[in-house]
Design a binder for this molecule. Structure first.
Ligand code: NDP
Length: 314
């Protein structure tokens, strides 16, 4: 039996993937989306989303993703649960395998596989995160809920420094938990942190545990230099220790930076491979917002449509 052939394959089902699907379906490219293992992507793990335009009263992450899915399906996108486990993007047409079993071929591939936040791996971190109990990996998304309160953020890179100063504008006090005696963040970002009076940096510090039954009430911090332990009274716990783009299966085929983010021609979604486009967080380590992902998803579909037209395929 020959492999199913797809004109426009979309891999991943976050805001970037669904927006690409809406545009591709309306352009009659008959897109087929494979959702990956977390249909809806990172937003399905958050609660309120107040910064996506068009929802003046806010919306929950899961509802937003259902709305985007319904909109993509309304124009004929086929949304299938499944994981792309193998890809040969340099073949013509591109050859891929779904769930280690089903072979497909595609004229164009829009990669919108996203990125995953890294976590400390503590049991209470996981529990409180999944129960929306005040553990978050996105200060811009969730900082607002902690207005006037005391919070902590772990990490010492540019993201942690940027998010700590963002949180300091909203919160009464921000503890920044840094595991070494120095920060990796750029000097400019470090200066901003050090010059913000309501940020207290805890150097050489590790989080031993996060306290609270239904929501965060505190955290136990150990100073690794002195062995001293301290309990912080906080209501929010932010983790900013980096993200990992979900691009492992494309390694060696497509141009990526040393962290695994797919590189695109600036101002486009084009990768180094003709007919392969990358959109959303898998190609963006800077903005990482639902709306920027959605915008780049639109670019992916338009770039795919133009590629198909110029190649005389569609
Ligand atoms: P990074 O990988 O740069 O930094 C991760 C930080 O988390 C490091 O300080 C690391 O500590 C710490 N860390 C890692 N694991 C743990 C752990 N288990 N416990 C405690 N701390 C931990 O990630 P970022 O997200 O900060 O940045 C990613 C990229 O994006 C960088 O290239 C950055 O420059 C860029 N960026 C640029 C921005 C800008 O220009 N405005 C804004 C945001 C990001 P250690 O230092 O000890 O390894």
């Amino acid at each position: 039996m020959s492999a199913e052939h797809i004109t426009c394959l979309i891999i991943g089902s976050g805001p970037a993937g669904y927006t690409a699907a809406i545009y591709a379906a309306r352009a009659d490219l008959k897109p087929i989306m494979y959702t990956g293992l977390t249909p809806g992507g990172q937003l399905t793990e958050t609660t309120e989303v107040d910064n996506f335009p068009g929802y003046p009263k806010g919306v929950t992450g899961p509802v937003l993703m259902e709305d985007l899915k319904a909109q993509a399906e309304r124009f004929g996108t086929q949304v299938r649960f499944g994981l792309i486990t193998k890809a040969d993007l340099n073949a013509s047409p591109k050859r891929l395998v779904v769930d280690d079993t089903t072979e497909i071929t595609a004229d164009t591939v829009i990669i919108s596989t996203g990125a995953s936040a890294k976590w400390l791996g503590l049991e209470n971190e996981n529990r409180l995160r999944l129960n929306a109990g005040g553990v978050s990996a996105c200060a811009v998304c969730d900082g607002f809920f902690f207005k006037g309160q005391e919070v902590a953020i772990v990490g010492a890179g540019d993201t942690a420094a940027e998010e700590a100063t963002y949180l300091a504008k909203l919160c009464k006090k921000v503890y920044m938990i840094v595991r070494r005696g120095e920060m990796r963040a750029s000097k400019a970002m470090q200066h901003r942190v050090m010059n913000t009076p309501n940020i207290e940096v805890l150097w050489n510090s590790e989080t031993e545990d996060i306290l609270g039954k239904d929501s965060v009430e505190g955290a136990i911090i150990k100073n690794t230099a002195t062995g001293e332990k301290r309990t912080l009274t906080i209501t929010g716990f932010f983790v900013a220790i980096g993200h990992k783009p979900n691009t492992d299966i494309f390694k060696g085929q497509i141009t990526m930076d040393d962290m695994g983010y797919i590189q695109v021609v600036p101002g486009t979604s084009k990768t180094n491979i003709d007919g392969v486009f990358a959109v959303g967080d898998c190609a963006d380590k800077t903005y990482r917002q639902a709306i920027t992902a959605a915008g780049s998803g639109c670019m992916g579909a338009l770039d795919a449509e133009r590629y198909l037209a110029s190649a005389g395929i569609h």
